[in-house]
Design a binder for this molecule. Structure first.
Ligand code: S3P
Length: 188
């Protein structure tokens, strides 16, 4: 099976989209594209500033434009922001020539991985756990609907997740499949 032209990673904050995406791109010899970082570069300001000055809707417009623009870049792995799937108009651009991978993390993992975060405006409030829970309820069905592959990331190293994604995309030899399966068992 040939590799897809693009691999698009979706999932909640703290699922590891950027870390896993960068490693996956390196393994495949693909370009790594991080939507949030590219919005920041384009804008010359960080995401908290964009939310402050333009509001969430301003950020979402920039995000939609970026997702659309990046849908043209072939041989790429795209890490999206956690909310990019919530505008239905983005779905066409996310899915374009792509295999969409949902990096799924439990609420506990999301909480743990975002605990000290200061760069995610949606979590800078009294009860970030309640926000993550609410967002998970709203977004999990959308991620699942959009995804070609759902990959659980809890208690797995980025390296293992990358290996498992590659195996799902392009299962090579039976020997390699057995190796990944064995690692799956060890991390189950
Ligand atoms: C957001 C997730 C963030 C970033 C912004 C909004 C969200 O990206 O796009 O703070 O709505 O879930 P990460 O998923 O990379 O943290």
């Amino acid at each position: 099976m040939p590799l897809p032209r693009r691999i698009v990673l979706v999932g909640p904050m703290g699922a590891g989209k950027s870390t896993i995406g960068r490693q996956l791109a390196r393994e495949l010899g693909y370009h790594f594209l991080d939507s949030d970082r590219m919005i920041e570069e384009r804008c010359g300001a960080d995401i908290p500033w964009i939310f402050d000055v333009e509001g969430e809707e301003g950020f979402r417009q920039r995000e939609s434009a970026m997702v659309r623009e990046l849908s043209e870049v072939g041989a790429s792995v795209l890490a999206t922001g956690g909310g990019a799937v919530m505008k239905e108009g983005n779905h066409e651009w996310l899915k374009r020539d792509a295999v969409v991978v949902y990096l799924k993390a439990s609420l506990e993992q999301q909480i743990e991985r975002t605990r000290k975060d200061r760069n995610r405006p949606l979590l800078q409030n009294q009860d970030p756990e309640a926000v993550l829970r609410r967002l998970f309820e709203l977004r999990d069905p959308v991620y699942s609907h959009l995804a070609d592959i759902v990959m659980l990331t809890d208690r797995k190293s980025p390296r293992l997740v990358v290996r498992q994604i590659i195996n799902r995309l392009n299962p090579r030899s039976p020997r390699q499949r057995r190796k990944v399966k064995k690692e799956d068992r060890n991390h189950a």
